[in-house]
Design a protein around this ligand. Structure first.
Ligand SMILES: Nc1ncnc2c1ncn2[C@@H]1O[C@H](COP(=O)(O)OP(=O)(O)OP(=O)(O)O)[C@@H](O)[C@H]1O
Ligand SMILES: [Mg+2]
Length: 176
């Protein structure tokens, strides 16, 4: 039997608040095989985003995660923030729920996409990175992708910004 690529065991997430410790995730167990899709469904506030942020190692101060998040044989909860930084974008990518806060409002969409490509694949020429970024925008269904590259996030609709986030995640070619 092969090991699942992602395997989460008894994951608990707590938050320190003025009125004591609040429990956000209580004993999550799940696994994802390579090449498979896992859907997580729950009402608003049930903890879907908190779960994915924990996997990505993007926890706000005051939040504490326990249990284990095994990715390709490594427990992500034990990694230093520098090591976690290299896991994000290479092995893991996340499409953030709120693209307005995830995209930087003062940089053009194209600049942000090109940055992602050049961070992920150091040494990529500017010309090649621009080509890849624009192709990714076209792939997610943004019409006039080349022109959109010059837009600032505020010039796009919410749905278009969401597509930019999807393009950004795809450009990283993550494992999951
Ligand atoms: N930093 C924090 N401190 C305290 N509580 C938090 C913190 N972050 C999230 N929570 C709480 O964790 C719970 C889960 O929130 P989360 O955003 O993960 O839900 P969700 O399932 O993604 O909801 P939605 O469907 O609305 O996106 C909520 O009750 C939220 O208030
Ligand atoms: Mg959410």
């Amino acid at each position: 039997m092969t090991e699942p690529f992602l395997s989460i065991t008894d994951l608990r997430l707590t938050a320190k608040t003025d009125r004591g410790t609040a429990s956000i995730l209580r004993g999550i167990n799940l696994s994802v095989e390579r090449g498979r899709i896992l859907g997580i469904v729950g009402e608003s506030g049930s903890g879907k985003s908190s779960l994915v942020s924990t996997i990505m190692g993007l926890l706000a101060p005051g939040l504490n995660a326990e249990g284990s998040v095994m990715l390709d044989g490594v427990d992500l909860l034990t990694l230093s923030s520098a090591n976690m930084q290299s896991v994000r974008g290479n092995k893991l990518a996340m499409i953030f729920q709120d693209p307005m806060t995830a995209l930087n409002p003062v940089f053009r969409v194209g600049t942000q996409l090109v940055d992602v490509v050049q961070n992920r694949y150091p040494g990529t020429s500017q010309e090649d990175a621009v080509k890849r970024a624009s192709a990714a925008l076209a792939k997610v269904g943004l019409t006039d992708a080349e022109r959109r590259m010059k837009d600032y996030p505020g010039q796009l609709s919410g749905g278009m910004r969401q597509r930019v986030m999807i393009a950004m995640a795809l450009l990283c070619q993550p494992d999951i």
